[in-house]
Design a protein around this ligand. Structure first.
Ligand code: APR
Length: 171
């Protein structure tokens, strides 16, 4: 059974246990997918985020999903692309820490946006393989944990890149 799926469209519409938010370190909302998730979840999401006192780059924190279909939102903070080697490690940590947190909360379906590839400037062609390698490795390391991962793409180019890299990797 395919454990990694690619879906084009608005992540806030997905009927999964959890959607991942590409947040900033304040966790107090923003533009892009962060803005879309807060708009769809409603004001209670921000109220809960205020209790979390921010999040470091590469880390992940969880809240309820409120008016979203998803029961949970995992907020993770991607690296602002600088071209330094540690960008890739920080981006991989976002995916790994989010998956660890999902497992800890008995989440069995999770959707990721393409973290850091918008405002934070991470080139899609570099971020997509990091995302897929990290998710694939995590799934290989947890064969007994049933989890479906949806890579949510907001545009055709992201979809094409995910599809291209996924086809190169037996999953
Ligand atoms: N559904 C799915 N994907 C989306 C959506 C959506 N509704 N809206 C945007 N995206 C995609 C973008 O096309 C991009 O590929 O999410 C990816 C991440 O882009 P951003 O949302 O800009 O996030 P990021 O690059 O990680 O920058 C984070 O932006 O919104 C602020 O508060 C946020 O300061 C933080 C920064």
């Amino acid at each position: 059974m395919k454990k990694i799926r690619i879906e084009q469209g608005d992540i806030t519409k997905l009927d999964v246990d959890c959607i991942v938010n590409a947040a900033n370190r304040s966790l107090l909302g923003g533009g892009g997918v962060d803005g879309a998730i807060h708009r769809a979840a409603g004001p209670e999401l921000l109220a809960e985020c205020r209790t979390l006192h921010g999040c470091e780059t590469g880390q992940a924190k969880i809240t309820r999903g409120y008016r979203l279909k998803a029961r949970y939102v995992i907020h993770t903070v991607g690296p602002v692309f600088s071209g330094a080697a540690q960008d890739a490690a920080a981006l991989a940590s976002c995916y790994r820490n989010s998956l660890d947190l999902a497992r800890a909360h008995d989440i069995h379906s999770i959707a990721f946006p393409a973290i850091s590839t918008g405002v934070y400037g991470y080139p899609l062609e570099e971020a997509v393989p990091i995302a897929l390698q990290t998710v694939s490795s995590w799934l290989d390391e947890h064969p007994d944990y049933a989890l479906t991962v949806v890579m949510s793409c907001f545009n055709q180019r992201a979809c094409d890149l995910y599809t291209e890299f996924l086809e190169d990797r037996p999953s």
